[in-house]
Design a protein around this ligand. Structure first.
Ligand code: C5P
Length: 229
């Protein structure tokens, strides 16, 4: 079976409050998107890439794509719509049992060892798997006044990271089923779960942060520097 990579990169990143989408912000001299694609390529040089970009994107430069086999696909309204469009683009090329890994462009610090480990786990895993990290902080539930309504047990709670990997046929079925049922899907695993299946959690480094808020960019810069030492 072939290995496909889907990188949703069609978001506007409004929470960053920056003048350009966050995937194009500078991170140690290169845009976030270039870092993310370079890491994925180092771990998965044989993969074929579908990169979801906004149709009106004026920042993208194809020179940042190290993959030999890749194609740009138009993004959708939400992240899940962008991923669905990329999966639609694979129809006719991908086999039902081909592996599809989905990775947020906003996660440039994902470690090569975790990428390699995930792919290894996926070789004999039918349902699929995602990188994840156990929650370290005490978890509070808020009331509508911004006060603590309850302290939740963090036992068994994990942060869902990316990449998340599934078989092409199952992932298409899961996303179509979730759409019909009106289930909100913020990652691929939640659509698979809605089928009644349990994706495997693959413990990963906690520094695989998603650049979301302005302070995340300087953190990511430090993480990349530390990883390079
Ligand atoms: O904004 P957030 O960080 O949650 O987005 C997660 C990922 O999904 C980002 O890589 C972003 O570019 C992507 N995305 C997308 N299409 C959208 C919204 C977000 O590809 N409509």
């Amino acid at each position: 079976p072939r290995l496909w990579l889907i990188v949703p990169a069609a978001g506007q990143g409004r929470r960053m409050g920056a003048s350009r989408p966050k995937q194009y912000l500078d991170l140690n001299g290169r845009p976030v998107l270039a870092h993310t694609l370079a890491r994925l390529h180092r771990a998965y040089p044989q993969a074929s890439l579908r990169l979801c970009l906004d149709e009106a994107d004026a920042w993208f430069d194809p020179a940042w794509v190290p993959f030999v086999d890749w194609r740009r696909v138009p993004g959708g309204q939400e992240r899940v719509d962008s991923v669905t469009r990329a999966l639609d683009d694979l129809a006719g090329s991908a086999g039902q049992d081909d592996l599809v890994l989905v990775h947020d462009v906003a996660r440039p610090c994902v470690h090569i060892d975790d990428l390699t480990h995930l792919l290894g786990v996926l070789q004999d895993e039918r349902v699929g798997a995602l990188l994840a990290a156990p929650v370290a902080d005490t978890m509070k539930r808020a009331d509508d006044q911004g006060r603590v309504a309850a302290t939740e047990s963090r036992d068994g709670l994990w942060h869902a990271l990316t990449p998340q990997g599934f078989r092409y046929g199952m992932l298409c079925e899961a996303l179509a089923t979730a759409r019909r049922a009106g289930i909100a899907v913020t990652d691929e695993a939640s659509a698979i779960e809605a089928l009644g299946l349990a994706p495997r959690l693959v413990a990963a480094r906690r520094d695989n942060l998603k650049i979301t808020h302005p302070e995340d960019l300087s953190l990511a810069a430090l993480i990349l520097e530390a990883q390079a030492r």
